[in-house]
Design a binder for this molecule. Structure first.
Ligand code: NAD
Length: 314
């Protein structure tokens, strides 16, 4: 029987699909330091970001391991090239969570626009009338410009939602000249499309009222002090890509100097211990890297994993 170790868990939907196809799925977590002695009991290992599949672990797989699956996007916890060299296939599920990440992005945009993060922190025991006055200068997003840097799966999902809320969308992606996107999710069955043309990053930085980043991580921040200075003084900056895409010190300095209306952050340098100065900053709306963490996204990931694994062994 083909044995699948889902070491960082799998949605029950994916597990039942695999079991119905005759696979044995083990969801009891094996600690990282115990994996080298256990890995040779499995044909497939499914991980999220917690379990690391490094060269030394692959060397212990005794030739049995055929597939490594990453439930999610990034493959930074897997030595992909080495696995492939050893004849082990590596897969991820990049598309399944895009809509959930995009929804979280819009949540942060709305939170900053209307001071929701501050209301939630301050209303209990606070002065209702004083807070009502303080949060009265919110922004309506309809009619404003959503800037998107990186126009792949999540960028497209954000664009569609922003347009649905009446925002003008500007994108910057050096690898995309223009992209036709459906205006409605497939399940609604409404056939309506629009074409979005890429601008330069500078143009988007200058025009955006809200700016969201949907790029891979790089060696150095894509958005540093120079880029932040180019943004409108009341703009909103969202990072739900990877910690380090934004220079956090430059962001804090800008916020403290009255530049930007605020920032929404789902990802941080040094997770799981982000800078305290970001977590309790009055102009920052935060979430603990939960972009893809919805039941719908995890179910879709489970479905995709089952399809990949069943397809592989067929
Ligand atoms: P994707 O590969 O579909 O899109 C990335 C886009 O970035 C591509 O279109 C690429 O051309 C563009 N790009 C590359 N370099 C660029 C540059 N210098 N300037 C502008 N654009 C550039 O990726 P995706 O699935 O949309 O994911 C985007 C990011 O979101 C990734 O960093 C991913 O790790 C992250 N992510 C976060 C969560 C979360 O929980 N917050 C969940 C899933 C993905």
């Amino acid at each position: 029987m083909i044995r699948v170790l889902a070491n960082d868990g799998i949605h029950p939907h994916g597990q039942s699909l695999l079991e119905a196809a005759g696979f044995q799925v083990i969801t009891d977590k094996i600690a990282q330091d115990a994996l080298p002695t256990e890995i040779n009991n499995f044909d497939v290992i499914i991980v999220r970001s917690a379990t690391k599949i490094r060269q030394s672990l692959i060397d212990h797989s005794g030739g049995r391991l055929k597939v490594v699956c990453r439930a999610g996007v990034g493959l930074d916890n897997i030595d992909v090239a080495y696995a492939k060299e050893k004849g082990i296939a590596v897969f991820n599920t990049p598309a399944a969570s895009s809509q959930s990440v995009a929804e979280l992005v819009m949540g942060h945009v709305l939170s900053i626009s209307r001071f929701l993060h501050r209301g939630n922190r301050n209303m209990y025991g606070g002065d209702f009338k004083a807070l009502k006055k303080e949060y009265a200068k919110g922004k309506q997003v309809a009619g404003s410009t959503m800037g998107i840097i990186g126009f792949g799966r999540i960028g497209v999902a954000v664009a569609r939602m922003a347009m649905g809320m009446g925002m003008k969308v500007m994108i910057a992606d050096p690898y995309v000249e223009k992209r036709e996107i459906p205006l409605f999710p497939e399940h609604l069955g409404v056939q309506s499309k629009t074409i979005v043309y890429s601008k330069t990053i500078e143009e988007v930085l200058k025009e955006a009222d809200a700016l969201s980043l949907h790029v891979p991580s790089f060696d150095k921040p894509l958005i540093g002090a120079k880029e932040i200075a180019m943004m409108k003084s009341d703009a909103i900056l969202i990072n739900a890509a990877r910690g380090g895409v934004v220079d956090e010190d430059a962001l804090l300095a800008a916020l403290d100097n009255g530049h930007l209306m605020g920032a929404g952050l789902d990802v941080f340098i040094g997770e799981p211990n982000p800078k305290p100065a970001l977590l309790n900053h009055p102009k920052v709306s935060v979430s603990p890297h939960i972009g893809a963490s919805t039941n719908a996204a995890q179910k879709a990931i489970g479905q995709e994993l089952a399809d990949i694994i069943i397809g592989f062994f067929e």
